[in-house]
Design a protein. Sequence first.
Length: 260
Amino acid sequence: MPYENLLVEASESIALVTINRPKVLNALSAKTLEELEACFREFQHDPNVRVVILTGAGDRAFVAGADINEFADYSPLQAREFSLRGQAFFHKVENLGKPTIAAIHGFALGGGCELALSCSIRIATQSARLGLPEVKLGIIPGYGGTQRLPRLIGKGMALQMILSGEPISAEEALRWGLVNQVVPPEQLLPAAKDLAKKIIANAPLAVQYCLEAIHQGLNVSLEQGLLLESALFGMAFATEDMREGIKSFLGKRSPQFTGR
Ligand code: COA
């Protein structure tokens, strides 16, 4: 399906989504968000998509935030709706049941940083600048930044980033665990694809259960999280892939997983 603001390519079970509004540093307009929602709806039910990589067009930005032109005149109620809608989509990204990788070059600010935060893994180039600059506009992060950032990097550094509004470099982001890897620009997509292929070689349901255990588990007590882990561990034993995984290991051959 052709999109106005997205480029979508799929090969080798990897969907590559490029947010394509380079003139405005790939700012997330309502239309772009709508297209992302449609695209992720398709991915969720497409067994041929095992990993989604998100990136931005051009060489200046991943995404420089929500489109400021669109929300400048919002009433408080419209602003709340805007926030709820973005949050709902980012929740879907996080709970897609398939890993998502943000491939970040240049600016990942505001909604762009929040989009990256909702992905499973973040890979950046040295040029990346990540930040939540909303306070500079007199507003606050509204797409999950105040919640996901402290959960990922801890309260202290999250407070520093959110209260100062100052972006941090790729190296700082790596030190704080905001990004997983920093690579040269020409390695950005190859590194994301290499990682995607390693994930794809594993049993799809096991990968899905790991995502679920981590995402759901982080939001409940340790006891509840451990119970969830045991339940999902048990579920893995109901899969054909579990039998194939064990059999292939014992038979000293590569597993042929089917996702069942
Ligand atoms: N929404 C709408 N348009 C945006 C945008 C956003 N979030 N971010 C950048 N743009 C547009 C600029 O308005 C400019 O458009 P123009 O050429 O029609 O004037 C174009 O993208 C290029 O940006 P520009 O500001 O000229 O580039 P720069 O190198 O001087 O600065 C940034 C880059 C990222 C520092 C700056 O664009 C910026 O601060 N953007 C807003 C970031 C932000 O606050 N995001 C959170 C929003 S809630």
